[in-house]
Design a protein around this ligand. Sequence first.
Ligand code: HDE
Length: 727
Amino acid sequence: MAKTSRGAARPPEARTAGQSSGAPDRKSSHGETAKTADLAADTVGPGEAMTGNQGVKIADDQNSLKGGPRGPTLMEDFVLREKITHFDHERIPERVVHARGAAAHGVFQVYEDLSDLTMAGLLTDPSRRTPVFVRFSTVAGSRGSTDLARDVRGFAVKFFTEEGIWDLVGNNMPVFFIQDAIKFPDLVHAVKPEPNNEIPQAASAHDTFWDFVSLTPESAHMLMWVMSDRGIPRSLAMMEGFGVHTFRLVNARGKARFVKFHWKPMKGVKSLVWDEATKISGKDPDFHRRDLFESIERGDYPEWELGLQIVEEHDEFKFDFDLLDPTKIIPEELVPVRRVGKMTLNRNPDNFFAETEQVAFHTGHVVPGIDFTNDPLLQGRLFSYLDTQLRRVGPNFAELPINRPLHPVHNNQRDAMARTIINKGRVAYFPNRLAAGCPMHSPETADAFKSYAEKMDGAKIRARSPSFADHFSQATQFWNSMADWEQEHIAAAFAFELNQVESEEVRHHVMNELLVNIADALAKQVSDQTGIAVARIGTPRYPTPSAPTPSGPLKQEARNLRSPALSMDKPGDTIKGRRIAILGGDGVDARQLKAIVDRLTAEGAVGELVAAHAGTVPDSAGKPQKVNRAAPNAPSVIYDAVIVPGGASAAALAMDGLAIHFLNEAYRHGKPVAVFGDGSSVLAATAIGDAGAEDGVIVGAISEIGGFIDALKRHRFPRRKVGAVPA
Ligand code: HDE
């Protein structure tokens, strides 16, 4: 079979490129499409004639070779054997965490030259468009689990830079559960399905998780994030990303500064509500990956700005917390996030397995200008990621098309399972004379990686720094920074989880070891919803120690900590990427329908006509209108808002239980609702009552559509009183 690029979905530049795969003398090429071109060399279409793996044409791969039509299958049937045995070996081990994921290709470009901060080429040359591959994931669930679990989301970015690969393997939350990597197996064993019965899948709402965290007070801050609506994002394109650890940026003069990496989504940070998330898990468990795939296919490219928080080395000890402690953030109010560049995801993978499943991230993949700190969680990750790729993908994982750098690779590593590079010559060692000393070290070249010469001095001990001891102040800060409705959602999430926990002892300890030390109001709300008694309000078992480091001007009083940047209660300015159901049917008002769809499309949103059946329905002018989804297949939970246009369809919808349920449920989940013209008759059949525009319910002529768009920009109306609305 000839090697041909697949063509169709890729940019034209990609089709022309053709580098030989992985050969050591492969020329490096750079620029936005360089990785796409690199992959094209290994991408094939279906071809015409079917062949076996040795390239021989196959006459029939549907009937095995038998001794007579009813006789036994013959040993010699190499066609059967090859097909079946390859199938038997199709799986590789799923990731031990972050197994469920979706990915996309894209590009990163820095806004301005940051060479005062770093020598990393992708951050110093504003003309460079660096290819990226980004994989998002949930943590706890298996590969086939729901996208909508309450969980942390992985946000792993592979930059194919001109100096080699940099992996920024982050999450959508800026802190972590534990302070030392050596606890990671315990954490993961506790959150994964329980080992005796493998229940529950992709959920932290069970005894072993809460048992572990109740005995691990350093998890308090992270628990606040996971129990907040950040744990159930609306879209992968509507969540922040964080490098979590403090890293270092090093400039060409060798000067280093501390840095925290952030990704700020251009669509804003938006979430679902919990009842909605659990229902989507049944109605469309692929909700996030579908949203990512479809938005890229229609040209609505997810975008993030890269943000940096920079701390000078001499300011290392100016905070109430230790910069090396991954359970702490640097509040944006103390050190602003400088937005330095933009990442755009603009191409879907061609093949899930070859790209999304085989991509292998490693925190140790860094380029000159980016370096590590002694954060003990980061240090442990530097061991773990290489190890896991060796097990999961194999010793030559770095040669696979999705993982290989755009550079030729030259070293004396050789052989191992499934080697694809063919190294010429007899020299595979250093030093050598026989190959003129090649490949050589590059001690003098600026683009060779040299570890930052950090001073080290200390006794060999197994211990945690006392500066890591304050486990609650930032959890309290998170609570203090939330709007009233965000606090309600957090308390309800804790209550949901703890109501799933059977052990009274565990429930009691979560309340009285963790929650009471975070905020009295949180403890009280959770107590009311779980029946767990509050035994020790105000007497923390783990008292906040005074900071062991010298205090500086940035210090604040712990209990009054507040970081407004943490709240999601912010006005939105776009409805890009939102999906709106238009409930219609036979006789739907043609003029209104067109006005709605045109306006939504112009705003970058997607309007979908939902009617009784798929195919088409005639509008009020008798013209067939394409139905995007049949009503039984179109639950309200997969939409951000709902519109009922006027026309003959409205009267039928007012008698239709599915439509009434749709509207009630959308209302209950805080979504904007609009009824235009005689569409208002449907509203009368619901429990929405006389809610008005201030509550996100727009009733009136089609000219009111602007009010609906404004409501949608606010995303949800979480303060609605929905107690009696059935759904
Ligand atoms: Fe990971 N983590 N992790 N992690 N992690 C993995 O690598 C690990 C941590 C993160 O889309 C594994 O390829 C340890 C923090 C992402 O392929 C494994 C510790 C953060 C992904 C591993 C952590 C992350 C992983 C499993 C404690 C945010 C998915 C499969 C020290 C900054 C990458 C794999 C992808 C995956 C180990 C904690 C992010 C086993 C030991 C903190 C986004 O190597």
